[in-house]
Write a protein that binds this ligand. Structure first.
Ligand SMILES: Nc1ncnc2c1ncn2[C@@H]1O[C@H](COP(=O)(O)OP(=O)(O)OP(=O)(O)O)[C@@H](O)[C@H]1O
Ligand SMILES: [Mg+2]
Length: 508
């Protein structure tokens, strides 16, 4: 009889075996994902300090690898917050380790992205990664490391401490990986362009393996207000979370426990809730039995009077910055942007921002150009499965006199403390009814504004044509009629033309 053997694998081993779910599917996708993960980390690092990001990315050719693949060296430098020296090895060498498991909007969520890039580099080239970082204090730390995949631990090869005379602050990550840059190139360049669009306050520089320099310069130093960390909302809690809170709480009664551990629960609401659920305000939360905890969770979800989450933990781009980004990268003739009010799904707050741009340098493609963003990250793959694309495709655009063959670009930006991504590769967003509704309402608003612009422009065009006809024929009519009447002096048609023009201008 065959014997079943059981074994345990580490988190790093799991992602090594299943790298497709993190976006590292093939050499072309992998090189794109590596650039993207490191740029995202750098943007987060600069924004957490409220510094306009300066990010330098260089991909250089190192040698041939497979039939269609090459070895590249990737280097990403930023002016971000830097990593404290004791955390450098784990932040870059231990899967599911990070500083972003917080209830506030950030690009990073899983504690995985940077490590996946380094892990992919390691398994394709067997070379270590080099991390240089400083928080701006008197020292710079350099660490060369590999990942012990089976144990999910960083393997430190060497460490060096350098004097930071110039008080440099930031992080440099450098490693080699196998990839197919030429296949990935369009996506990588598109990624930079779209990143510049939703981060118009960032300077991005990219040097590609052919030595070509791509520069995306900031148009503003203005940055969106930073998000504030928040507490869990009572509608979103489960038994595990309640147990964790009970374990750590310093409060000895239910009234304070509810007030200080949950988002938007004040004293009055807490008292009302305790009355509703028949729990004594003075009960010690640590004395709750398992059954009582389960009942507490159900009652929290049932109570209808909790206020919805507020949006202080979110940091949407704002209409002005979104507009500036679109004008900078797409150079359209017309743009309309709209930010929806905060909303929630499953207790998680989110805000949808949308934009529509028309004409100018936007190409006619026969189909709308759809730009999708989540927490200021462009999403470039798996478009068909994304909620935004589904909403765009299901809308009745004819109603707004907007046709897919017009040079039109549509932008949808979703920001949330928990973006409902379908994969850890952050490629597309799940079709949640609450999110879908917000996107649809936002798009209707900007579509109406585009419709108004197009109608007005049509009218102006018609008027211009009419005036063209008048100014062409009126002088001739004047000449003939003067001849016929046997008069020498021609009537003054300029006055007449002016009055027609005035009338036209008033109407538009
Ligand atoms: N350039 C950087 N500057 C400062 N800290 C960084 C930088 N890159 C990574 N880190 C730190 O390392 C941690 C791990 O990064 P990693 O990309 O692996 O995960 P994450 O960004 O937290 O989540 P995600 O998997 O969604 O990217 C981060 O949480 C951050 O604390
Ligand atoms: Mg990350």
């Amino acid at each position: 009889m065959a014997k079943t053997t059981f074994e345990e694998i580490s988190a790093a081993d799991f992602f090594y075996r299943n790298r497709d779910i993190a976006g590292f599917t093939n050499p072309s996708r992998a090189i794109f994902a590596a650039v993207r993960e490191l740029v995202e980390n750098s943007l987060d690092a600069a924004e957490s300090l409220r510094m306009p990001p300066n990010i330098y990315v260089r991909l250089s050719y190192e040698g041939e690898a497979g039939k269609e693949t090459q070895i590249y060296r990737l280097r990403v430098e930023d002016n971000g917050i830097g990593v404290p020296p004791r955390h450098i090895p784990s932040a870059f060498g231990q899967v599911l380790f990070g500083s972003k498991y917080k209830l506030k909007q950030q690009r990073g969520t899983f504690g995985l992205g940077g490590k996946m890039a380094i892990l992919y580099g390691q398994i394709t080239t067997h070379k270590p990664a080099c991390i240089i970082s400083s928080t701006g204090a008197s020292k710079i730390y350099r660490c060369r490391l590999m990942i012990d995949i089976q144990r999910n631990r960083p393997l430190i090869l060497d460490r060096k401490v350098l004097i930071n005379k110039e008080r440099w602050r930031g992080t440099i990550v450098e490693f080699c990986l196998e990839g197919d840059y030429f296949r990935a190139m369009p996506k990588i360049l598109e990624y930079f362009k779209q990143t510049a669009m939703v981060n118009p306050y960032a300077n991005l520089t990219f040097v590609d393996p052919r030595g070509r320099l791509y520069k995306f310069t900031r148009v503003t130093k203005e940055m969106p207000d930073p998000p504030r960390e928040t507490l869990p909302h009572p509608y979103g809690v489960d038994v595990e979370l309640l147990q964790r809170l009970i374990q750590v709480t310093p409060y000895r009664n239910m009234l304070e426990f509810l007030r200080y551990h949950f988002h938007r629960v004040g004293e009055i609401t807490a008292r009302k809730f305790l009355e509703f659920s028949n729990i004594s305000p003075s009960k010690n939360p640590k004395k709750l039995s398992h059954e009582e905890i389960v009942r507490l969770m159900h009652m929290l979800k049932k109570f209808g009077e909790f206020l919805p989450p507020d949006a202080s933990c979110l940091s949407p781009l704002g209409e002005e910055l979104l507009k500036a980004g679109v004008l900078k990268e797409l150079k359209p003739e017309f743009v309309a942007v709209h930010q929806r009010k905060p909303s929630t799904y499953a207790g998680h707050p989110f805000i949808v921002e949308v934009g529509i741009a028309y004409g100018g340098e936007i190409p006619k493609k026969g189909n709308f150009l759809i730009y999708r963003f989540a927490n200021r990250i462009p999403l470039l793959y798996d478009e068909a499965s994304d909620v935004s694309v589904r909403v765009v495709n299901s809308m009745n655009w004819r109603r707004y006199k907007v046709m897919p063959d017009m040079p039109t670009a549509i932008l949808v930006h979703i920001c949330s403390t928990k973006v409902p991504y379908k994969t850890v590769g952050k490629e597309f967003i799940a079709d949640r009814p609450e999110v879908r509704r917000e996107i649809a309402n936002g798009l209707r608003e900007v579509a109406r504004r585009l419709q108004r612009f197009l109608t007005r422009r049509e009218h102006v065009d018609r008027e211009r044509k009419r005036l063209g006809v008048f100014s062409k024929y009126l002088p001739k009519i004047a000449q003939f009629s003067a001849q016929l009447a046997g008069k020498e002096k021609l009537p003054d048609v300029k006055k007449l033309l002016r009055s027609v023009k005035k009338f036209g201008a008033k109407e538009t």
